[in-house]
Design a protein around this ligand. Structure first.
Ligand code: UT7
Length: 323
């Protein structure tokens, strides 16, 4: 049985650090409020020279280095983003070209904050059905360019960055002890589409638009949606909360992460948290957190790693990976 095995990861953060106090000088907010309600202390915001493709490219290069894989060996570049460089072509083809990759396919996938989990699951399907052999799965976002910087209810939450993983089709035994992506579950429910959206687009306003969110509504659904889909992944693999080595959730809000871990019975010390330093980088948040925990030695080969995300659409999903 073919398994999609993660060979390495990488990430990129803009240099520019924006603290809660910096934001409090611009809108009516405070470090206290932001920390208490979200767990965020600071975030990175792209400079004028940085775009979704430049950040995604750097994360991809670092992931290739870590994996020991050459660009010429990649035949799938799958970029999760809601903030592409242009309406089209897909930003993935810019990254593909900058890496000098001339074979295989490259495309973007848009599932907002769930984008990385959706991209990883789709890459897994393409690898397991033999349509690709080695994939770069990237999450890169420049949310600072779609934020209304006068809206205190959203501008304190979102941020910029990129992360990437290299995934390769390998022969496994089919047992859950195999390395690789063991199971993924993806969901969407468009009835919630106006609770977190951007008020512009090519076929409506002809503008890029700004992010709008009913934060309390998103919060209300987040924990139950995320824990439901994780229970489905557990059912598909036979694993449970006690078997997990690392829980790497989408980094939107510390309260959502803590409540989800508690409801599932996942011990606090197994939860990877980066929201305090990164803010909510949407589709980039999971690969950014993965890269932090791999490079600091927490996530090791053979570990059971649980990923989950929920975001605009609503979309949500989870994936269980043996690293
Ligand atoms: O990736 C998925 C994307 N989004 C999310 O995961 C976000 C999910 N939602 C949340 O994280 C939370 O709902 C927020 C952090 C956005 C807000 O926290 P909350 O505890 O739900 O606060 P709230 O919206 O109920 O607002 C409480 C008060 C309000 O004032 P009043 O009406 O009680 O007088 C807000 O106007 O806090 C006020 N407020 C602020 N105060 C200071 C809202 N934003 C701010 C702010 N600074 N930045």
């Amino acid at each position: 049985m073919t398994r999609s095995v993660v060979l390495g990861c990488g990430s990129y953060l803009p240099q520019n650090v924006v603290t809660n106090d910096d934001l409090a000088r611009r809108v009516d907010t405070s470090d206290d409020w932001i920390q208490q309600r979200t767990g965020i202390r600071e975030r990175r915001i792209a400079g004028s020279h940085e775009t979704t493709s430049t950040m995604g490219l750097e994360a991809a290069r670092r992931a290739l280095d870590a994996a020991g894989v050459k660009p010429a060996d990649i035949d799938l570049v799958l970029l999760a983003t809601s903030t592409p460089d242009n309406t089209f072509p897909a930003t993935a083809v810019t990254i593909q070209a900058e890496l000098g990759i001339e074979q295989g396919m490259a495309f973007d996938l848009q599932a907002v904050c769930s984008g990385f989990v959706f991209a990883l699951a789709n890459a897994d399907s393409l690898l397991r059905t033999g349509q690709a052999t080695r994939a770069l799965v990237i999450g890169s976002e420049t949310f600072s360019r779609i934020i209304d910087w006068d809206d205190r209810t959203t501008c304190v939450l979102f941020a910029d960055g990129a992360g990437a993983v290299v995934v390769e089709a390998q022969q496994g035994t089919g047992a859950m002890t195999d390395r690789g992506i063991l199971a993924s579950k993806l969901r969407a429910d468009g009835r919630h589409r106006t609770k977190l959206y951007v008020d512009g687009g090519p076929s409506t306003t002809g503008t890029v638009g700004h992010l709008r969110m009913e934060g309390r509504e998103v919060f209300k659904h987040a924990v139950s949606m995320v824990t439901d889909v994780i229970e489905d992944v557990f059912a598909a693999t036979g694993y449970g909360a006690q078997d997990i080595d690392w829980f790497v959730p989408h980094q939107a809000n510390r309260r959502i992460i803590d409540a989800s871990a508690k409801k599932l019975g996942i011990a606090e010390e197994k939860v990877v948290i980066t929201v305090d330093r990164h803010g909510n980088t949407s589709a980039a948040s999971i690969p950014l957190a993965l890269d932090v925990a791999v490079r600091d030695g927490r996530i090791k080969k053979g570990d059971l790693v649980l990923l989950e995300a929920m975001g605009g659409g609503f979309t949500w999903g989870a994936s269980l990976v043996r690293w």
